[in-house]
Design a protein around this ligand. Structure first.
Ligand code: NAD
Ligand code: LMR
Length: 338
């Protein structure tokens, strides 16, 4: 599906200055490819024509996933790498997607994953910094509000941090916001694209419904319930899976969608804009130096961080509730590396 949309994007009037034959093809690695997200994400990336090779790494199961995915009839080469082959998996890659780590069980917050996932993400980032220091790193592992600062601080320690190259994948919040809003408005999700800013956990997820034609028409109790559902959509899936993990399939879709956006931008497509959690100046004066907002992507990753735009009075309150939590999550990540 991304294959088709990517191909379509290559011939839109705004991008007719290059064609699919001149598009840059990119070497991609997935770290945690054997997991609930990693497997379907690897499949979706295999179907993306902008991917030239796909290196699948996990501490267990990656060669099997690679053998399976490699039979899909698209041009990219797929290779699987076992636990002791991380450096080989990263050799020459330009984009690294990280869904490695443990998921939540009912009753847990994303922050409860910190003790396990912080060291997993730090160690993977250390390897990327050593082997492929110029790679773009897309962090899915939770808690994203802390794991992205961990990746940045780890690369900083190695002297190779490029703020244009490190992204927290918050696309699932954007996907949920569009789907849930469309359900209420009775229109297609493509008509209810909602900018979601802040971070990726409960109150740090701030949907800007007032900036959407259909979103701003939703008021009162329906609005309150919609915001709650967007902020706590992850809990809905964790509860329904009843101990078997958290969102994997919708996350693989969202991860592939964000990766596709970055690949299109790296390949020269103009006007690729999407929310993502990056090193950001927007709230630096309040001591918050990572924030998700609309970001223009370009041939070097982050090209321009857009301001969050006008907010309704409800959104001002949501933002006020987001910032203190976000600040704590970011500081916790940085302290872990320091
Ligand atoms: P999972 O347990 O099904 O898969 C995780 C995979 O990571 C496993 O295959 C495991 O072997 C692997 N792994 C563990 N340590 C590793 C290491 N050091 N190197 C490489 N691989 C390693 O979990 P999942 O459901 O795929 O979720 C993965 C992570 O993604 C969780 O932290 C979850 O909370 C997070 N998540 C984030 C979002 C988001 O919106 N950003 C959405 C859903 C899930
Ligand atoms: C989500 O939003 O679905 C993920 O962050 C997974 C989770 O723990 O809820």
């Amino acid at each position: 599906m991304f294959a088709r949309s990517a191909a379509r994007a290559l011939v839109t009037p705004s991008t007719r200055h290059f064609s699919s034959s001149s598009a840059r093809h990119t070497k991609v690695a997935v770290l945690g490819a054997g997991g609930g997200i990693g497997q379907p994400l690897s499949l979706l990336l295999k179907s993306n024509p902008l991917v030239s090779s796909l290196n699948l790494y996990d501490i267990r199961g990656a060669p099997g996933v690679a053998a399976d995915v490699s039979h899909v009839d698209t041009p990219s080469e797929v290779k699987g790498y076992e636990a002791d082959k991380l450096d080989e998996a990263l050799d020459g890659v330009e984009v690294v997607v990280i869904p490695a780590g443990v998921p939540r069980k009912p009753g847990m917050t994303r922050d409860d994953l910190f003790n396990t996932n912080a060291s997993i993400v730090r160690d993977l980032a250390t390897a990327v910094g050593r082997v492929s220091p110029k790679a773009h790193i897309l962090v899915i592992s939770n808690p994203v509000n802390s794991t992205v600062p961990i990746v940045a601080a780890t690369l900083e320690k190695l002297g190779v941090f490029d703020p244009a190259h490190v992204f927290g994948v918050t696309t699932l919040d954007v996907v949920r916001a569009a789907r849930f809003t469309a359900g209420i408005a009775g229109v297609k999700p493509s008509d209810t694209v909602i900018t979601v800013v802040g971070g990726h956990s409960g109150p740090t997820i701030v949907p800007l419904l007032s900036q959407s034609t259909y979103g701003k028409a939703i008021k009162g109790e329906v609005y309150e319930k919609l915001v709650h559902r967007i902020q706590f959509g992850g809990d809905e899936v964790v509860k329904a899976k009843d101990g078997a993990g958290s969102a994997t399939l919708s996350m693989a879709y969202a991860g592939a969608k964000f990766t596709d956006a970055l690949l299109r931008a790296l390949s020269g497509e103009k006007g690729v804009v999407t929310p993502t959690f990056v090193k950001s100046p927007l709230f630096e004066s309040e001591g918050i130096d990572f924030f998700s907002s609309n970001v223009e992507l370009g041939t070097n990753g982050v090209e321009k961080i857009r301001p969050i735009g006008p907010l309704s009075s409800e959104e001002e309150k949501l933002l006020a509730a987001c910032l203190p939590d976000l600040k704590k999550n970011i500081e916790k990540g940085k302290a872990f590396v320091a």
